[in-house]
Design a binder for this molecule. Structure first.
Ligand code: ADP
Ligand code: ADP
Length: 226
């Protein structure tokens, strides 16, 4: 079954903006998938619906075959979400942030501590585990967001414009962490408006514009068309 299956998804906001006008797409398990499109295309709306932050107006979403409408909690357990804004407590240490987050989701403390070490290493933050998060660099803070999302061992990691507004050094550091996560088996979907980011990271992509998918397929095939 696909990691994500979206069928004829529509979203009209209360202000009557039609953000999604019938979107269908499939993301295969293990894929690294980009949703590429300009500002206002509907990327955040789509990601918001898949992660249950936004209500859909019509259509169907399945996560590894689990229907979001009827089995929302089961579906949500399969997902890790990396929001755009840094939203951890800057006055806590990375290790505590990760362990507490896992605890909130019911992961036993001993397991959480082991996982936190693994995730901090993968995010190149292990040597910062005991520092005040406020003192981390911008790139480190971003990678901490990724490490935290991995603490529940999601099958599908979703990132909304993870590198918006950050410089190329920071972007490269995040890409390295994401590649390692994907190589270890987690399906990744990210939204971006940088073609170079999609090109560098992703095997498959969909291009969205004005609430519609305008192209969809392997990165290589799409690049050949451009
Ligand atoms: P939902 O149907 O998913 O609950 P709403 O249409 O109720 O979404 O909007 C959610 C919130 O986003 C509202 O508080 C609204 O004021 C705010 N909002 C309105 N317009 C925009 C916009 N163009 N971009 C982002 N947020 C907006
Ligand atoms: P993207 O992530 O590609 O920039 P969005 O999904 O944020 O696109 O927005 C798609 C369209 O929906 C835009 O026209 C935006 O202004 C509108 N929109 C987004 N969020 C809301 C909201 N909460 N309420 C009303 N309109 C919104």
């Amino acid at each position: 079954v696909p990691a994500l299956s979206v069928r004829d998804l529509r979203k009209t906001y209360d202000n009557r903006v039609e953000a999604l006008k019938g979107v269908s797409l499939d993301v295969a398990p293990g894929d690294f998938f980009a949703l590429l499109g300009p500002n206002g295309a509907g990327k955040s709306t789509l990601i918001g619906i898949v992660s249950s932050l936004v209500n859909l107006s019509a259509g169907q979403v399945r996560i590894f075959g689990t229907d979001l409408a009827t089995r929302r909690d089961d579906a949500m357990r399969l997902i890790g979400l990396v929001p755009q804004e840094l939203n951890f407590n800057m006055f806590e240490k990375p290790l505590d942030i990760l362990v507490n987050y896992a605890g909130f989701y019911g992961v036993p403390r001993s397991v959480a501590i082991e996982r936190a070490e693994e995730e901090l290493k993968r995010a190149q933050l292990w040597d910062k585990a005991g520092m005040m998060s406020r003192t981390l660099s911008g790139g480190m803070k971003r990678r901490l967001m990724i490490a935290r999302a991995m603490m529940t061992r999601p099958q599908l990691l979703i990132l909304d414009e993870p590198t918006a507004g950050v410089d190329i050094e920071i972007r490269r550091g995040m890409w390295k962490t994401l590649r390692e996560i994907n190589a270890a088996g987690t399906t990744i979907i990210l939204t971006t408006h940088y073609l170079e980011e999609a090109e560098s990271l992703c095997r498959n992509l969909a291009i969205i514009d004005h609430g519609r998918i305008v192209e969809q397929g392997p990165m290589k095939a799409l690049l050949a068309k451009l």
